[in-house]
Design a protein around this ligand. Structure first.
Ligand code: PLP
Length: 377
């Protein structure tokens, strides 16, 4: 059996090696390292794939979130509602811009931000909502967009974990994640569903004016060379990373399909087991792109299982072990423990299994058998 990895980028590389290496050579020969043609081509190709008017590449997903918020003109003191159960980058940029993060609880089955909790957190200072499409499945965007419309709030989608995923709206349409809010942010960190070989990120929007504003912000606030109209940042995707992304984008649906197939096999092995809850997914197959395959272990034995997996050389992840509202950097007297029953439980129950595009049947069988043995199933 091949060594089981949480994420296997080496084997995936083998299949795109010729193209990637050829592009790297061409870029190095041309020395167009920054803002070269590869970046512009990738931008157009991603716009076409997503069906979104503007993709603005940048240096990483955290920058993408920050720049999206800067582009919307959010001001210190504005309240921004986001999920208590997510990667810290989401809340970090809110705090960094001196906006006020307002963390709310999530849904127990999808792990995504709970629209009812959003409603309860809205005040006269609320200016934006940041839904995170956690682990590869869209948050309830129908409910979130409705709340945003009613209260005149901006919606910034954190699409770092769900690129290529679809949202089946009650309006009958199917939308790509990251194309429904006012603006979205994604990450091309190597382990993400569409990852490069270093850092990378992008902002998406259908709003022409906002896209123009953001294009200046990523480039030191310049709209005309050496005229700095607003305070900007320096955030660029480099040409080598764009070349990797151009090799992978045509394969993104195939990659996500491989993740879904691995998830099907995990589901099949664990379904009906009372102590193990498999991840909920919407009926439509393309709605969950499994950035993570996350089980809930409901009998209090999550940590024991983790130890067992370690002994059997099976990698795993605990995403996330501590609710954001309990992190020192984000404590706020407005929070009460009773506001976060779901997140407080999830942090003790979740465990993510190896998930990538190259998992084979032998590995999946070994993983599922090892877990079932632990539970004496
Ligand atoms: C990875 C991630 C980010 C940050 O992306 P970087 O490219 O690492 O800066 C933001 N939000 C979520 C939910 C993520 O998973």
């Amino acid at each position: 059996m091949k060594k089981i990895q949480m994420v296997d980028l080496k084997v995936q590389y083998e299949s795109i090696k010729d193209q990637v290496n050829r592009s790297f050579e061409e870029i190095i020969d041309s020395t167009a390292f920054i803002n070269g043609p590869e970046v512009q081509k990738f931008q157009k190709e991603l716009e076409n794939y997503l069906g979104v008017k503007h993709v603005i590449p940048c240096a990483n997903g955290t920058d993408a979130l920050q720049i999206a918020m800067m582009g919307l003109g959010l001001k210190p003191g504005d309240e921004v509602i986001t999920a208590d159960f997510t990667f810290a980058a989401t809340v970090e940029v809110i705090a960094l811009l001196q906006l006020t993060p307002v963390l709310v609880d999530v849904e127990p089955d999808t792990f995504n931000i709970d629209p009812e909790a959003i409603k309860k957190a809205i005040t006269s200072k609320t200016k934006a909502i940041v839904p995170v499409h956690l682990f590869g499945q869209a948050a309830n965007m129908d409910a979130i967009m409705e709340i945003a419309k009613e209260h005149n709030l901006n919606v910034i989608e954190d699409n770092a974990q769900a690129i290529g995923g679809n949202f089946h709206s009650i309006d009958g349409n199917v939308y790509k994640t990251g194309t429904m809010g006012d603006v979205s942010a994604t990450s091309f960190f190597p382990s993400k569903n569409l990852g490069c070989y270093g850092d990378g990120g992008a902002i998406f929007t259908n709003n022409d004016k906002l896209a123009h504003t953001i294009r200046g912000i990523v480039n030191h606030g310049m709209y005309e060379r050496y005229h700095h109209d607003v305070v900007g940042v320096n955030s660029r995707l480099d040409s080598l990373q764009a070349a990797v992304l151009r090799a992978k984008l045509p394969l993104l649906d195939t990659y996500n399909d491989a993740r879904q197939k691995a998830a099907d096999k995990y589901d099949e092995a664990f379904k009906g087991q009372s102590d193990i809850q498999i991840p909920k997914r919407e009926e439509d197959r393309d709605a969950h792109v499994f950035h993570q395959y996350t089980l809930k272990i409901t009998n209090g034995k999550r940590d024991e299982l983790a130890k067992h997996l370690q002994e059997k050389n099976i990698p795993f992840g605990i995403y996330y072990p501590i609710p954001l509202h309990l992190q020192k950097a984000y404590v706020d007297e407005r929070y009460k423990e009773a506001d976060f029953p779901v997140t407080n439980t999830l942090v003790k129950e979740v465990i993510s299994l190896p998930m990538h595009t190259e998992l084979d049947d032998e590995q999946i069988t070994y993983i599922t058998r090892t877990i079932k043995e632990f539970f004496n199933m």
